[in-house]
Design a protein around this ligand. Sequence first.
Ligand SMILES: Cc1cc2nc3c(=O)[nH]c(=O)nc-3n(C[C@H](O)[C@H](O)[C@H](O)COP(=O)(O)OP(=O)(O)OC[C@H]3O[C@@H](n4cnc5c(N)ncnc54)[C@H](O)[C@@H]3O)c2cc1C
Length: 480
Amino acid sequence: MNDMSLTNLQEGKTTVSAAAIEALAGQQRGSVLDASDASYDEARAIWNAMIDRRPGLIVQCAGAADVVNAVRFARDNNLLVSVRGGGHNIAGNAVCDGGLMIDLSSMKALRVDAAAKQAWVEPGATLADVDRETQSFGLALPTGINSTTGIAGLTLGGGFGWITRKFGLTIDNLLSADVVTANGELVRASPTENPDLFWALRGGGGNFGVVTSFEFKLHELGPQVISGLVVHPFDDAQTVLEQYRQALETAPDELTCWAVMRQAPPLPFLPEQWHGKEVLVLAMCYCGDLEAGEKATAKLRAIGKPIADVVGPNPFTGWQQAFDPLLTPGARNYWKSLDFIEFSDATIGILTDAVRELPGPECEIFVGHVGGAAGRVAVDATAFPQRNSHFVMNVHARWREPQMDRACIGWARNLFEAAKPYAAGTAYINFMPEDEVDRVEAAYGSNYQRLAEVKRRYDPQNLFRMNQNVRPAEGLGVAA
Ligand SMILES: Cc1cc2nc3c(=O)[nH]c(=O)nc-3n(C[C@H](O)[C@H](O)[C@H](O)COP(=O)(O)OP(=O)(O)OC[C@H]3O[C@@H](n4cnc5c(N)ncnc54)[C@H](O)[C@@H]3O)c2cc1C
């Protein structure tokens, strides 16, 4: 090992001696990698292939003590730091150029207390890991719809998916977290210990420290749920979406239905003549009694004249993976997202126009259905601000060839600009791409100022800045 020139917090360079790096490596249970290591390229690769950054050092942590050492090393050497959980975030903040990447992906331990309906989860676990362990005991945690997503980033941004309307956001089920703060201390955040930090962690992203363990409340569920897809020809989209909106006005909390618009992939249950054609998919889940689920989904399934209807009882763990084949890592991705309180006629018109101009076979629009229990939490109860939004639109531009970057990114941006006047104003930070730095304050709305104050208290130098960054409030110890 040689002395290394690493990126510092001022985006200049700091030389760190070989002896200091060797001392760090000697303290760790996990590994410390640099570009000369065979596994370096694999360790720096994340879900979005648009992100190609080269950290100076990758500290692969095996436990909380490794994280403490890594944070202290970064702080003492004034290094740029990034934190990787599951590596799914579209903005790619998990990986930094030239600085120190704290890689938590091998910290996957998970313990369920079935009697107490609680789980303790390390930050490298994926949603699939969480589902598998919790469902083994007939329990579930509300998370997201793609099982390879990391629990850590998802939770810190909020977290919503198929059972959120019944059981709340992922953060609404967070009981406590162990956090390594910017000064290298391991603290606990809960309603009674560091309550301001606990408030900020629930939606404030990676701004406040490195979480080494999450404690969650679980709910009885399954093992089967009524779930599946109803696929419509896109020519019927306008009327189907109007009826979809109407049906959801009286939907029970157990029922969630997302709308997905894209070219049909070659799914085995779709007649071949529809493969590659634009379709509207209603993807639904009822997370309660199976018979009640058949009745509750009937109204949605009766809409229009679908090409295919594959709704029925499925294992919850299987349904949680239903979209995985469409969302595999390694493609180029760019997202734009808006929150909607109402799904207006104008918005429906804008979305249907955009689908007629899809720039590629993997580009799609997701309309996530939220509300329910997630909407009955006060806006200021947690850092997550968009409690009133009933729908979250996510424009997924997704493609393979770099020469398609301009067309795909342009399509997503145009749709975003057209729909923005009808949106709520807040935004889900977990869906924000790297160029939306200036949107963070608006995304948090009335919660931003309090977040900035908590940031000043726990991270006055803004050590944790590779995220949807909340700047420390003005005052003592403001960031450089
Ligand atoms: C295909 C796909 C589908 C998705 N579907 C949903 C969905 O249905 N619902 C939903 O809510 N979200 C969804 N998301 C968004 C997802 O919640 C975010 O991308 C989230 O940030 C991923 O977390 P991660 O740990 O995998 O990501 P990473 O990229 O590893 O982390 C993201 C950021 O979180 C912070 N961070 C990560 N771990 C820690 C930690 N232990 N301590 C402190 N900070 C940390 C860091 O700032 C890091 O940059 C989806 C994303 C993808 C790519």
